[in-house]
Design a binder for this molecule. Structure first.
Ligand SMILES: Cc1cc2nc3c(=O)[nH]c(=O)nc-3n(C[C@H](O)[C@H](O)[C@H](O)COP(=O)(O)O)c2cc1C
Length: 192
């Protein structure tokens, strides 16, 4: 249920590894937001049936995607949420296939309603330097900028390979939690 008196935050996890570093990071950001009164929700892309864009332009011609899949409901959820926490690990310098398929499906008339939405990025990866995330961060910054969306913060977690390794990075976990809290404070100020 959408409560108009509260801010709504949607976590979107692009890793196929359940309970992995991306999910932990997204959960931490969501928990920070919840602490400041937000209503939170999370989706795991790998559990959804989201098909790749076929570039048929039927969404523009008919207002409907040719795919009748879980992206329809997810797009509605996205529209109802003020802030999206987008999480993907780095796979070969890019986002996961699940996340890229999801991102390509933003190519639809609804993307016009994304204008003014707020985003936090959560990106873990095994390499020990932020350069490994540069292409993914670059893609997402450009897409968000193109759609007139607002990127509040990017939480990078370098040096985490094994499932759950992020838990040992207390500084990053704290940063993620604070990012969620801070985002709600920002929303309270700008949406007053
Ligand atoms: C197919 C695959 C490709 C990967 N490519 C990279 C990479 O290019 N750079 C990197 O630093 N880590 C890479 N990794 C490591 C993951 O980014 C890392 O294990 C991350 O913490 C996984 O997050 P998760 O636990 O949420 O799945 C790769 C892992 C997989 C499975």
């Amino acid at each position: 249920m959408v409560d108009p008196s509260k801010f709504h935050v949607l976590g979107i996890v692009g890793s196929p590894r359940q309970g992995g570093n991306t999910e932990i990071l997204v959960d931490e950001i969501l928990s920070g937001a919840e602490k400041n009164g937000a209503i939170i929700e999370k989706v795991i892309l790998n559990k959804l049936n989201i098909n790749p864009c076929q570039a048929c332009n039927s969404c523009y011609k008919t207002g409907k995607c040719m795919h009748n899949d879980d992206m329809i409901e997810l797009l509605m959820k996205m529209e109802h949420n003020d802030l999206w926490v987008l999480g993907t690990p780095i796979y070969w310098w890019g986002p996961t296939a699940q996340f890229k398929i999801f991102l390509d499906r933003w190519y639809c008339p609804q993307h016009k309603t994304f204008k003014g939405k707020y985003v936090i990025l959560a990106i873990p990866f095994e390499g020990g330097h932020s350069k490994y995330a540069r292409h993914t961060v670059g893609i997402l910054k450009d897409v968000l900028n193109y759609l007139s969306m607002e990127l509040l913060e990017t939480i990078l977690a370098p040096g985490v390979g094994n499932r759950g390794a992020i838990r040992e990075k207390e500084d990053i976990i704290k940063k993620a939690h604070n990012a969620g809290q801070k985002a709600i404070e920002t929303l309270k100020k700008v949406k007053k």
